[in-house]
Design a protein. Sequence first.
Length: 333
Amino acid sequence: MNTNTLGRREFIKYGLSSSLVLLSGCSTSQKKLALRGVTNSFPSEFVNSLSNGWEFFPIKDIEFKKSPYNSALNEKTDLLVLNDGWISDLPINSLQEIKANNIRNNFSKQTSAFLDGLGKDYKNKLFPLAVSPWVILFRNEDSLALNNKNSWEVVFSSSLTKQIVFPKSPYLLISIAQKIDLVNDFSKIKSQAHSFDDMNALNWVVSGRANAAVLPLSSCVDSLVKDPRLSVLLPQEGSPLNWTVLASPSASLESFPTDWFNSLWSSTYLRRVISKGFLPPTNFLDLRRKNINVPKRYQSIFLPEESVWNKCWSLPILSFQEKKELALNWNNS
C-alpha cells in the first residue's frame, strides 16, 4: 500500500515537473525577437543570417494586400523589413529611432542621400539594409533593333514600341524621363508601354508577351542567370535605386541587432547576397578587389563601375501636394 502511494506521489511529481519544463520551453520560444516582412521581397540570406535569438514571421499575402505592413505593428514585432515604396504608408508615430551609429557613420553617399530624402520624420527611424538598382530586362536582345543601347533612351527603339512593361509608379518613370531631358512630355514613354505592371513584369518578358521590362535587378536575377534568352542593362546615366529598409515599432524594447547587419555583409553571406542583386548601404567600392564570384557577363551590373553608380539616385518622399501635382503632370501628358 505504501509502495502504491509512493508511486502515485512520484507520478504526480513527475507530471508536474514535465509540465513546468514544457511551460518553460513555451516561455523561451515566446521570448524570441520577431522580424516580420513579406517573404518574396528579399533573399533567404536576410533571414539565415539572423542569430538564434530571432525568428522570422512572414506577413501573409492577404494581410499584405489589405494593410501593407501595418498589421505587423499590432503584433509582437521588433523589426519590420520592407521595400522603400511602402515607407510613406507607415504611421511615423508608431516607429522608434534606430541608432546603430557605428554603422550609420559608415553609410555611403548614396545611402546618406536616400535618408536625407526621407525628411527628418523618417530619417532616424528607418535603417537601410540593402539596395538594388532598377534595370532594363530584355528578351532575345540580339533579335531587337535597339538604338542608344547603353542609355535609358533605348526604351524608345521602334522594336520596343508597345513592348515594354513599365512599373506603375509615375514618380519613378518621371524621374527617368527627366534624367534624359524629357522635362514634362511623358507621352513618349507612355507610347512605348505594353503595360504598367510591377508585380508581373518578369513574367511578361519570360513568357514572350513583352520584349522588355523595367524592374529592380533583385527581382529578375534568378531568371537572368538561368535563362540565356534574357539580358539586362544598367544605363550609363545611372538608375533609380530600390532600397530595402528596416523599421522598429515603438513597442519594441530591443536595440538594433548590429551583429545581424555585420553577419549579413560578412564574407559568409556577402557573395550570395550580391549575387541576388543587392549591395550594402555602406561604402562598397572596394568590393571589386575582393574577387567576389558573380557571373562574369554581368559583373558590371552586380558590381557597378563607380562612374555609373555615382549617377544613380533615390526618390525622396513627396508631400501630398507634390503627389497631386505629379499625378496631374503625368495624366495630362
